[in-house]
Structure formats: structure tokens, C-alpha cells
Design a protein around this ligand. Sequence first.
Ligand code: ZN
Length: 237
Amino acid sequence: MSERVKPSTGWLKFFKERSPNYESHVSSGFVLGLINKIVKLSPITLIEWGYGTGFISIAMANRGYRVQGYDIEPRLIEYAIEARRQCFVSGIGSVEFTASHSDLKPADVVFSQGLLEHFTDIEIIGLIKEQLNYANKYVVFSVPSAEYKTQDMGDERLMDVAQWEYILESAFGDNLIELYSYARKMHIIGVISKAREPKLKCPKPECGSEHISTTTCETDDYIFHCFDCGYKWGYEE
Ligand SMILES: [Zn+2]
């Protein structure tokens, strides 16, 4: 990681004081929503950028993915390895942890949870660009939203979807392919594509408009809405 990004020295203390629990963390709504989003992108390999406890990396390995966990704080590794010893169920998945960029091999999806909200606009853009260098297909992030209200660490920027869009749109344009609130609107997911994807079009043959909005419903499934003809449709795999 480049020098402009501050080291996360407070995290070790944070985790020690809270002694987080694997089962309750990986079954919470905002983590499951992130996991479901990543699963829908059909990756095989993953990098978790800023793995913290290592729990989400371990949960993805338990689902059969090959995961590399990266965190700038090297002292987290022993805790993550202990969590892996206790919670990883051996199978086709795997999970390794590192504090060194040079250990990372490119992966289909690079994801983070609770990372980007600790940085300035310019740092956020820089971090996503850095993550895109390691992503074969997508960068996915999850952050607490303005509805979350609590600053667990103290420096979180709790912003709404429009504020995140304002930061990301100029840097990533059409490659910002998804940005929506979820988990009772307390969290936000963003997906940035490595390659430019074909624009979503209205499926009505007589319309074909590219002026489409995306929202999520209660179950976090997508609903699309055509601005031009008013047609609405749901997400289908
Ligand atoms: Zn239409």
C-alpha cells in the first residue's frame, strides 16, 4: 500500500476489546448481503482487502472460494490464523493472510467490508484503483451508510448513496456498475467493473432506452425502472 494511506494501528486494540464472534459476524445481514453479491458475480478466486478479523475471508473459503486476505497491519495475522484454525472447515476452498502487496496474486473479485469509509475522497479513489490492479473482473465494497449512525472506530464517514456516487462517478464513470443501500439501508454496496460493460437497456423492443435506474427491494433483489417508458422489471440470473 502506498504511503499516503494511514496504517490501521487502532484495529488490533479494537478487536482485542470487542472479541468478535465468527458465527454472529458472518451471519449478520450486512455481511450476508455482501457475500450474496459476491456469489452472484461468479468468481473462483477472491482477495479481501483489509481482512481485519479474517472472518469474512474464512466464511468465503468455507463456501469453496480460494481467498487471499490482505491487511496493512501485520500484527492481525496471528489472530486471523487462529480464527482460521477454529472456524475454517477444510474443503475445496482455502484462505491465506498477508500484510504484503507483493504476495498477492490477481483474483476475480477484490472486496472490502468496512474499509473505505475511513479514508478521504482521494484516498478512496486511490484504494479502488489499487484494488482494480489486482482484480480480474470486479472490485466490490461494503460500507456503513448515513443511516448507520454509530462511528465504531470514530473516524468513519457515514455517507448516503448520493455522496458515494459523487466521489466515485468522476473517477470510474460507467465502470461503477452498481451502487445501492441494503441491510435495512444501514449499509451500501458498490461494484466497480474492471472492463467497461455493455449498458443496461430497457427490454421493451419499441423503447430500448439506456436511461435506467436500479433499486433494491426488501429481499435485496434488484428492481430496474425505465425512465423513458416507465417499464419496471426484476433481477433474473
Ligand atoms: Zn423503456
